[in-house]
Design a protein around this ligand. Structure first.
Ligand code: DQA
Length: 140
């Protein structure tokens, strides 16, 4: 198949496993990613994490004209970043917005997604499994 996907995680998601485990679980993303990659041996799954808004935008530009899709958990920037929304609008490949928690069941400020109008779809609330479900959406 030769499909290339890039998972991009935004701020504080480097702390997965340690950060509020009652909301985000106790597994590190690195461990989860190893397991995820074995489930989709035919897909190249690359991974990038940054706490810095501009670095996330640079990565979206870098992969967005070359990869088949981006799976983006922009963390709190989801709710604030016009610049990340513009980056998603600017590239060629589809972006799937993912969240580990169900953002609509949480504080009101998490109910707004600046990137929502420009993504192909949004998956929220399935724990780390949200990423696997996003990958499935690319498989016809
Ligand atoms: C999150 C939800 C966001 O509201 C929050 O700021 C995060 C993680 C999630 O995966 O559930 O950092 O994107």
């Amino acid at each position: 198949m030769n499909m290339k996907l890039c998972i991009i995680n935004g701020p504080n998601l480097n702390l997965l496993g340690k950060r509020e485990p009652e909301i985000y679980g106790s597994a590190s993303f690195e461990d989860y990613l190893k397991e995820l990659s074995t489930k989709f041996p035919e897909i190249q799954i690359d991974y990038y994490q940054s706490n810095v808004e501009g670095e996330i935008i640079n990565k979206i530009h870098e992969v967005g004209f070359d990869y088949d899709g981006i799976i983006l958990n922009a963390g709190a920037y989801t709710h604030t970043s016009v610049a990340i929304a513009d980056a998603i609008k600017a590239i060629n490949c589809p972006t799937i917005e993912v969240h580990i928690s169900n953002v609509l069941s949480r504080e009101e400020f998490r109910h707004t997604s600046m990137i929502g109008p420009y993504v192909k779809g949004m998956i929220s609330g399935f724990g780390l499994d949200s990423y696997r479900l996003a990958i499935l959406s690319f498989i016809k």
